[in-house]
Design a protein around this ligand. Sequence first.
Ligand SMILES: [Zn+2]
Ligand SMILES: [Zn+2]
Length: 412
Amino acid sequence: MSMTKKPIGPDMEAPARVKALTDASAIHVDPDRNPNLYLRSGRELIRSAASYQEDGQTEHAYMLYMRFLTIFLDKIRTHPKYNEVPQSERKMMSDYCNKILPQAEYLKKELLRKYEKEHKEYMEHVKLMQQQAEELRRKEEAERKAREKTMPKTKPHPLVGAFGHPGSTLRNDDDYFVPNPDSLLAMRPGMPVHGTWVDPHDLRDYTEPAPSAPPGSSTSPMPSVDRSTKPDRFLTPMSSGLRPMVVPASLPAQFLRLAQANTGKNVETCGFLTGQIRGAQLFITDLIIPKQTGSADTCAATNEMEIYDIQDKYHLMTLGWIHTHPSQTAFLSSVDMHNQYGYQVMMPEAIAIVCAPKHNQTGTFMLTPEGLDEIGNCHATGFHPHAKGLFADVHHCTFDASLSVKVHDLRR
Ligand SMILES: [Zn+2]
Ligand SMILES: [Zn+2]
């Protein structure tokens, strides 16, 4: 399935924006997944949320707390195997919920205040850019009239301007001034607006004219803003604000050596990337290779609890996963994307490293906001088709050659 949802941004009124964020934190609980595993990842969610809150990243903290509450106040209780979760664990989770509820409420209020301020700023910005565009139009109009007075009545051929006459004679009088969105959003009062004059007939490909200015009329064209070029402060929270992650540069090569026997048999190998949060940075320090089964295009851990035991013992957070594609190139298959979704909803910075030795490729990927949206709403299993562009190369990772990784190979 494909969904095109409006990005969450400051053009929205504050309560609607908070609601959109709350809706985006909803998560599907898989009835086939061991409920104890949700409990383990629930603790990670809280740790992750708390670390965001410490960093002042209110959106991420709020979303993760809300995600926790959706799972443990609601969805997990209808899990067919919920009664298999020990009573003590259930009690602990409901205690956590009681602690987290007021936290989430507090963050919600904070977000409402922040969003109200941003929405006000945004609306002022829009008003300002409309005024500026209108001023420019008037100025051009006045110039045109002045020219008409001093020039013969016949219009010069548009191309005349291209062969020597300065400036605006190249343009038709009916043309729209379409301000460059970058210029508009970076705009401060008094700054010139950069833009392009376009023929109204070309406008449908360029921008949507506002209803007050139908193509062909020469009154007050409304500038339109291309969201894809918005500066950072107007981006949706989940596509920005990822904390930097440091990965030991030798990790993929080391993993490939450990995977060699499988790779030789055209069988995939997988491992878990774990580590710590230090300050506002994430460090992958440990690679856990679980007991697993694999095929040419799949691999799965067979005892996830064992992995959590190692993590508890060494205080390691889950930061992503790594796997080989013994014969294929480096990309995320539909199954990989669904896997990655599970990581990324728990830890927004979580990465997927794919090693494709046959093609000498190593990819470091994560789901895009569209990917999170689409995969989160897809309940298909096994390999199935998905739209393109749901995952992309990461931008928040650096590979550090001075660091090494500790390996826990549980297969032996
Ligand atoms: Zn794969
Ligand atoms: Zn799917």
